[in-house]
Design a binder for this molecule. Structure first.
Ligand code: SAM
Ligand code: SF4
Length: 328
């Protein structure tokens, strides 16, 4: 039976969708995409904007209130501002946000804000230009310019996502926090996950975020328990500032029992867990001319496949997809 509220077998309400609009990216972060990787989906296999809008409309009619555009790098998909505009207009959608590496944000910030995106997550792992180059094969100045353009355009909040790697950038967390305090950004630390070969190779750089928290607490006065949000981060406030820092700990302290999301990849496949294979392809149904009822039935069937938890610790070898393929 199709419900107008999506729930999985474990009673978790699914009200959040991460929508990947492309598997392509202009960076090659070491833990995410292999250097030189170029084996992307054919353009024909990506959902068109009409198809995306149709699927998202079905999700919102089934109770999804929050959508995050992601990828790959969502700003490399042509017309992303038009898509944002179309999705923001859907009844029932309360929150449209974007995850980006910000390299192209200078160009898009004003249009994306006008299109209806309020909140932004920006990946940034270091403020050291040489290290940034080594980690991403890209140019730090483009990201900083993009971030400043986003700030100027009025996105709020802007959250910086930093994947912390032992011996690589764990020594940069204080600089990153001072930068975020200066600019009014939220800073979130993320543990590296064994997604694909790239993520697995990064596991020898894995560091438990408890260590980072302890280290920061020696230098900053941190107040626990603020900004609950609807996601996996546990937040603390930096005393005497309005800056919050979040800890996302999929490895050391998983949060699967409160997981409220599924992912739609750029080729139209619903992935129900970042760390498991359970999925359902919508594109064949859409292109075979399914009805709206059939589409909603398929969405509920996909959600029914959602497993109880990931197995990053028990079976780190399990997942062949890397993050940019699923939609981070
Ligand atoms: N390109 C955009 C960006 O970088 O923000 C959006 C997509 S990216 C795949 C989304 C997030 O996934 C980023 O914050 C990135 O740091 C994170 N990520 C990718 N691979 C990861 C891994 N193996 N472990 C932890 N986080 C990862
Ligand atoms: Fe691209 Fe984001 Fe993956 Fe980095 S984390 S390679 S920016 S998709």
């Amino acid at each position: 039976m199709i419900m107008n509220k999506l729930s999985d077998k474990f009673g978790r309400h699914i009200e959040y969708l991460r929508l990947s609009v492309t598997d392509r990216c202009d960076l090659r972060c070491t833990y995410c995409m292999p250097k030189g990787f170029n084996d992307f989906e054919d353009a024909d296999n990506l959902l068109s904007f009409d198809e995306i809008e149709r699927v998202i409309k079905a999700f919102t009619e089934m109770g999804t209130k929050r959508i995050r555009l992601t990828g790959g790098e969502p700003l490399v998909r042509k017309g992303i501002d038009e898509l944002a505009h179309r999705l923001a207009a859907l009844p029932g959608l309360e929150d449209l946000s974007l995850s980006t590496n910000a390299t192209r944000m200078s160009k898009y910030a004003t249009d994306l804000k006008a299109a209806g995106i309020q909140r932004l997550n920006v990946s940034l792992d270091t403020l050291d230009a040489d290290k940034f180059k080594q980690l991403t094969s890209g140019k730090l100045s483009k990201v900083i310019d993009g971030l400043m353009a986003a700030k100027e355009a009025g996105f709020k909040p802007i959250k910086i996502n930093m994947v912390v790697m032992k011996g690589v950038n764990d020594m940069d967390v204080e600089d990153m926090l001072n930068f975020c305090i200066e600019h009014g950004f939220t800073l979130r630390f993320i543990e590296t996950m064994p997604l694909g070969d790239t993520g697995r190779n990064a596991q020898d750089q894995y560091i438990d975020l408890k260590i980072i928290k302890q280290r920061l607490a020696e230098k900053f006065d941190l107040i626990p328990g603020v900004m609950p949000g609807g996601g996996p981060a546990r937040y603390m406030n930096v005393a005497d500032t309005d800056i919050n820092i979040g800890f996302i700990t999929p490895i050391s302290q998983h949060f699967c029992d409160t997981c409220n999301r599924v992912r739609l990849s750029a080729d139209g496949t619903i992935y129900t867990c970042l760390g498991q294979e359970h999925h359902l392809a919508l594109r064949p149904l859409l292109r075979a001319g399914c009805t709206d009822e059939e589409l909603k039935e398929a969405i509920q069937t996909a959600v029914d496949l959602k497993p109880e938890k990931h197995e990053f610790n028990e079976k780190p070898e399990k997942l062949v997809r890397f993050m940019s393929m699923t939609g981070g």
